[in-house]
Design a protein around this ligand. Structure first.
Ligand SMILES: [Mg+2]
Length: 334
């Protein structure tokens, strides 16, 4: 039985105190995506770089690896919020996405804590951007550049506006990835994640084989340079919570697919060990979409730092949906 406990995470006219056992609304799922990603990141931060055997019991309030206060999200959350802010402010503009990512890297925005965790491929790309590179060409394009640094921030592409066709969703996810990760494998993985997220947002309940179905769908709309990676993504077997984009994607999917609650999904993601915060943020975004913001344990939501950073963005996100006249939008104003 759910309670009214999480109603603070909802916004203005969307507040409902009667949420017990109801299917999440689209607003609940939008908030669940953002908070689910951030809470997963924060829960995973203390366990980063540990082997699975050394993770031990996962509990809220640990300090751990980075010495951060409980409830502090890392680069995953910050760059996700930077992308969300960009999409809500400027529409889809990869140059603006680059400026906001660099603002985080240089100026400690989109985070309640100074930068304490940044991947090498992301760091190199942001240095190139600062030196004047075009944003769409800033990302590393070598096979060795297929870390999870674009997958970990890509979620807003799927949720910032209603009515995107699958083709546009795939194009945008791939281009947004290019800011830091330009190899087709990272681009395709971001596209598949966004297509899955979009389906969960609209209430898809049959999650069995959703990645395989999404990969097949994408193969019909994606540019040929992306589809060469379809089999590599589809057939990848390793699930170790590592920093390789395919490992992160499948580990996060496996954690989500095997869970019956948000808590189970992010805890399972962290128990893989290694890149725990990223696996848990990628899984947490999916879990928050599927089960809604109410499914996030109250202690965790209330324990998050940086609410003053997140709330204006989620208010704008819900307003963007409420005022969008697109016919596919289930919450637009009449
Ligand atoms: Mg991180």
């Amino acid at each position: 039985m759910r309670s009214t406990q999480a109603s603070w995470g909802r916004s203005r006219s969307y507040v409902s105190t009667e949420v017990a056992d109801q299917a999440p609304t689209v607003s609940d799922r939008l908030l669940g995506a953002v908070w689910g990603h951030l809470v997963g990141d924060a829960l995973g931060v203390p366990y980063e770089f540990r082997s699975p055997a050394d993770v031990g019991p996962v509990h809220w309030g640990a300090v751990g690896t980075h010495g951060q206060q409980p409830g502090t999200w890392s680069d995953d959350g910050a760059l996700m919020l930077a992308l969300l802010d960009s999409l809500l402010t400027s529409g889809f503009d990869v140059e603006d996405q680059g400026r906001r990512a660099l603002a985080w890297y240089d100026g400690n925005v989109y985070s309640p804590a100074p930068v304490f965790d940044v991947g090498i491929t992301t760091s190199r790309a942001l240095e190139r951007l600062r030196a004047g590179a075009t944003a769409a060409l800033a990302g590393g394009a070598a096979e060795s550049d297929n870390g999870n640094g674009s997958l970990m921030r890509i979620l807003p592409v799927a949720i910032a506006e209603p009515g995107l066709s699958k083709r546009v969703l795939v194009e945008r996810a791939a281009l947004a990835s290019c800011l830091t990760h330009r190899h087709p494998r990272a681009q395709l993985t971001c596209a598949v994640y966004c297509v899955i997220a979009s389906q969960l947002l609209f209430g898809e309940q049959d999650i069995r084989d959703l990645p395989q179905r999404s990969i097949s769908d994408i193969a019909t709309v994606a540019a040929p340079e992306l589809t060469v990676e379809v089999a590599t993504l589809r057939d990848y077997q390793q699930r170790t919570g590592g920093g390789y984009v395919l490992d992160t994607f499948w580990s996060a999917w496996s954690a989500f697919e095997s869970a019956t609650s948000y808590r189970q999904a992010v805890e399972a993601a962290i128990r893989f060990g290694n890149d725990t915060d990223t696996t848990a943020s990628v899984a947490g975004g999916l879990a928050g979409l599927h089960w809604g913001v109410q499914s996030i344990p109250d202690e965790w939501l209330r324990g998050m730092r940086g609410r003053q950073i997140v709330q204006p963005l989620t208010d704008r996100l819900l307003d963007a949906w409420r005022t969008s006249p697109h016919p596919s939008n289930p919450i637009s104003a009449p």
